[in-house]
Design a protein around this ligand. Structure first.
Ligand code: ARG
Length: 401
């Protein structure tokens, strides 16, 4: 029986050419797998037809936008995950859901190998292949750009020679990856890290120099998940989309960073994640009133480690799973409303309320009638400083100063 390979298919030039390229190089039949993670653009049916037109023997298409929002974006929100303090893991969280569908398709169509369109220099090859190793340990991986010398020039020549139903002239100087959680743009002019991004790079956000009137929004959460916007019930996917629209119109969520890739390269990336950044800001502020201090401090460390694991392609790892359990436990009381103003590229919280809040007005108030007994502070400070005081006494004794 002819060997079968499932290919992660975007509908773009490189993966369209990869169908025939892999076929010629390996003799295998190629099954195209297209997964909708809320990236917008062409319909799944258009993509399916193109895959078949480019020589795929079968095309598997899946609308995974709700699955992605519920099972990938929401854990990222609960973790307040920002890699290196900036990047909300847009591409990093889409790879595992695509991997799930690749493995599913491989089983359905009896494939032995999984192919993807990544280069040998980035993080995504790692995320795909580590994911495949974990979910389908018997499956092999192949990357035509990396392993079968499929360069851009060769891809264009191949598409023209074979008359593939795909545009080859449209020259986009950037490499773009997008989904409902955000958009990543790199390469070309941006590789000079002193160059400021030009306006044409952006798509999810408007340029905030001439902002529209401020937009005040109230986001309601239940156990760490957004459930309503301005009182209207929403699913996680709807919440992200609505905030992409409203925060995006105000230029919220633009990020320009040089980040540390897993393969040891520092690389410049421009992100736009209006919905994600507005949600993370709101969620963090709700945690500030609903999570106990020590748990909150520790959670910040856990969230950072979680972001690193996910960035590094360890979505399906045991440590990531254990951290998920911790994070989930912290979200029990993260319910309530956050009011924020979206304006001039910023999302600024200006009100919060929660039935499960730890904010105690009577303890906090400086007005008369507060219930905090200030006389307790004196003894507390004495004991709190005791250990450092004893150590400093020793220093003076030993060093004689
Ligand atoms: N640097 C990001 C990451 O590793 C995004 C990579 C997405 N690719 C792109 N073509 N911009 O997660």
């Amino acid at each position: 029986m002819t060997e079968r390979i499932v290919l992660a298919y975007s509908g773009g030039l490189d993966t369209s050419v990869a169908i025939g390229w892999i076929g010629e190089a390996t003799g295998a039949e190629v099954i195209a797998v297209a997964v909708d993670v809320g990236q917008g653009g062409e319909s799944l049916e258009t993509i399916r037809q193109r895959a078949l037109g480019c020589g795929a023997v079968e095309a598997y298409v899946a609308d995974a936008s709700d699955e992605f929002a519920n099972e990938y974006a929401m854990p990222t929100l609960k973790a307040n995950a920002l890699y290196q303090g900036h990047y909300p893991l847009v591409s990093a969280i889409s790879r595992p859901v695509i991997v799930k569908h690749l493995v599913k398709a491989a089983r359905e169509f009896g494939a032995t190998t999984v192919a993807h369109g990544c280069t040998g220099k980035g993080n995504d090859q790692v995320r795909f292949e580590v994911g495949i190793q974990t979910l389908g340990p018997d499956l092999k991986c192949i990357a035509p750009v990396r392993d079968l010398a499929l360069t851009r020039d060769k891809a264009i020549a191949f598409a023209e020679e074979k008359g593939l139903p795909i545009e080859t002239t449209k020259k986009n100087p950037y490499s773009i990856d997008q989904n409902v959680w955000g958009r990543a743009v790199e390469t070309g002019y941006l590789e000079d890290i002193w160059n400021a991004p030009t306006k044409d790079i952006y798509d999810y956000t408007a340029t905030p120099e001439f902002p529209p009137a401020p937009d005040e929004v109230t986001i309601s959460f239940e156990a760490g998940v957004p459930v309503a916007i301005d009182g209207v019930r929403v699913t996680p996917l709807q919440a992200i989309k609505e905030l992409n629209r409203r925060a995006g119109a105000q230029g919220v969520g633009r990020i320009d960073v040089v980040e540390d890739r897993l393969v040891g390269i520092k690389s410049r990336e421009i992100y736009e994640a209006p919905g994600a950044m507005a949600l993370i800001t709101a969620h963090k502020h709700l945690e500030d009133i609903t999570i106990e201090r020590e748990q909150a401090r520790f959670k910040a460390t856990v969230g950072q480690r979680w972001a690193e694991l996910v960035y590094d392609g360890q979505w399906f790892s045991p440590l990531k799973r254990s951290l998920d359990a911790f994070i989930e436990d912290t979200q029990k009381y993260v319910s309530g409303d956050i009011r924020m103003v979206l304006h001039g590229g910023q999302a600024i919280v200006n009100g919060r309320r929660s039935e499960t809040s730890l904010y105690d007005f009577d303890l906090a108030t400086y007005d008369t009638g507060d219930t905090f007994d200030q006389s307790m502070a004196k003894g507390f400070i004495e004991l709190w400083g005791m250990s450092a005081k004893v150590a400093s006494g020793r220093d003076i004794r030993v060093q004689g100063q």
